[in-house]
Design a protein around this ligand. Structure first.
Ligand SMILES: [Zn+2]
Length: 510
């Protein structure tokens, strides 16, 4: 359906419509802009559950039309955004409102073009500014039958990722009239390149010197998609190690890269950063809504921005309790569910959780003679640590300060070599569990189906009784042991692999 004008002579008023979309989470919902121009005192009203940015479109549209040489009708104008039950947010509806108003006032005729949708923010001088979520909007436009989409020129490359859709990148409102008149034939923008390869020149694991236990913990976590908690003194390399985790993960699959791009686009972050797997490291003062998303319409949080990548929580004990509680369900399901009056949204958030904490409030650890923390403070601190998501974390790595010899020694094994082993282990998991899945996501039924050698089963049974493991911790050890076996290329989990898995969860004893 194009922008078109319907003359209604009996009331001396004109109705025109345009098709556009509004962003809702990371997907787009269709909006039909209806503009009615009729005789009366000059006024311009926008109705249909608009937010403040949409209501302000009136001023932008008026100035943009006049500054592009169009006439602004001195009549009573009503722009209705249908369906009225859906909340419209952001400035992306400006272009469609302007197009419908130009059509209603007889200054534009898009009737000669294929069915198209329009999206873009207008500047006062009539230039078209980029908006968020154009990738999701272009996908929605194609699935709803539009053959073309008019987008801000800066968003052209992301819209061009969608096939079977004619993408027109607009620099200014004046070009819309030239397009309609057939005086301007825009060329299709080049599609954006998705981060299908590991970002080169980024942080490399070679920078981590010594620390063999930490390196192994990182490799196992990466291979099985396991969550990881590092406990150690400040300056031991926790943040350095976490930032290098994306470099040892296999590159994104094409559908994953598209999903990551869709989320980045909805948050206005597409094209920022190095590409590849996301790495997010929010500050500990973040609110629950900032971490998992919220608002109406819902806005993705850090958890969703980390989808297919790494979410790093440094100083885990400093995070507010409610913030960490909010993360529990998303960690388990891979989805954030946001319920709003009358609606319910799900945002994807399948990320690897990596957390870091000091061993005690002063950071030296109670084994260090210089630690001055009173025993009660250490106890309280560790209680906080074991409460905070500890039962959702697979790998627990105790880290020590590297020695002078290690710091001055040769660089560690580079990321590329580790990544190769991780990719092989992931291939084995996918062959067993299905495409895109890893050991950390095994269901309790799948965990019980893991092949175990007899002495490995005996070792696990012994640890279960001696360490008084919970049922959940028992399954976590099994998942970890499966990953250790996958890294070793073993069919069944052997005794050594079980011992290594138990070692990677040493804090279960406390
Ligand atoms: Zn201390």
């Amino acid at each position: 359906m194009n922008t078109r004008a319907i003359w209604l002579p009996s009331f001396l008023s004109v109705l025109a419509t345009a098709r556009t979309f509004t962003l809702d989470g990371i997907s787009a919902r269709p909006v039909r802009v209806e503009v009615d121009v009729h005789r009366g005192l000059p006024a311009f009203q926008v109705v249909g559950l608009p937010d403040a940015a949409v209501r302000e479109a009136r001023e932008r549209v008026r100035a943009a039309m006049i500054n592009c040489g169009f006439e602004f009708p001195l009549s009573r104008i009503v722009a209705n955004l249908a369906p009225a039950s859906v909340r419209k947010a952001g400035p992306g509806l400006d272009l469609a409102i302007a197009a419908a108003l130009l059509t209603a006032s007889g200054q534009l005729d898009l009737g000669g073009l294929p069915p198209l949708a329009l999206v873009g923010e207008l500047a006062l001088d009539g230039s078209v500014r980029p908006v968020n979520g154009v990738l999701a909007i272009a996908e929605a436009a194609r699935s709803r039958g539009s053959e073309a989409i008019v987008v801000p020129a800066a968003n052209g490359p992301e819209a061009a990722l969608v096939g079977d859709l004619d993408v027109i990148g607009l620099e200014s409102l004046a070009q819309l009239a030239a397009l309609a008149a057939g005086e301007w034939q825009p060329s299709r923008p080049r599609p954006l390149s998705l981060g299908l390869r590991v970002a080169e020149g980024g942080p490399d694991l070679a920078d981590l010197r010594g620390q063999p236990h930490l390196r192994y913990a990182l490799e196992v976590a990466a291979a099985g998609g396991h969550s990881l908690l590092m406990v150690g003194p400040p300056g031991a390399g926790k943040s350095l190690a976490a930032a290098r985790l994306p470099s040892i993960l296999p590159p994104l699959a094409p559908d994953e890269a598209l999903e990551v791009a869709r989320i980045a686009s909805a948050c206005g972050r597409l094209g920022h950063g190095p590409g590849g797997r996301p790495f997010r490291s929010p500050h500990h003062t973040i609110s629950p809504a900032g971490l998992i998303g919220g608002g109406n319409p819902p806005h993705p949080g850090e958890a969703t921005l980390s989808h297919c990548g790494v979410l790093f929580l440094d100083e885990l004990c400093e995070f507010h309790r409610d913030t960490l509680e909010a993360l529990r369900a998303p960690l388990e399901t891979g989805w954030v569910s946001i319920a709003r009056a009358g609606s319910w949204r799900q945002l994807p958030c399948r990320f690897m959780l990596v957390a870091a904490a000091n061993p005690c409030p002063c950071g030296r650890g109670d084994a260090d003679p210089e630690c001055v923390c009173p025993p009660l403070a250490v106890q309280r601190y560790q209680a906080k640590l074991s409460g905070a998501l500890a039962d959702r974390i697979d790998v627990l790595a105790a880290i020590r300060q590297p020695s002078a010899a290690e710091i001055g020694g040769p660089p560690g094994e580079p990321s590329a070599a580790v990544r190769e082993r991780v990719a092989l282990a992931r291939e084995r998991q996918e062959a067993r569990l299905g495409s895109g899945r890893c050991n950390a996501q095994m269901t309790p039924v799948e965990v019980r189906e893991c092949a175990l050698e007899e002495d490995a089963a005996a070792l696990l049974a012994d640890a279960y009784a001696r360490r008084r493991l919970s049922g959940r911790a028992h399954d976590r050890v099994l998942r970890l042991a499966r990953t250790v076996a996958d890294l070793a290329g073993a069919e069944a989990i052997g005794r050594d692999q079980m011992a290594q898995a138990l070692q990677l969860r040493r804090r279960d004893r406390s």
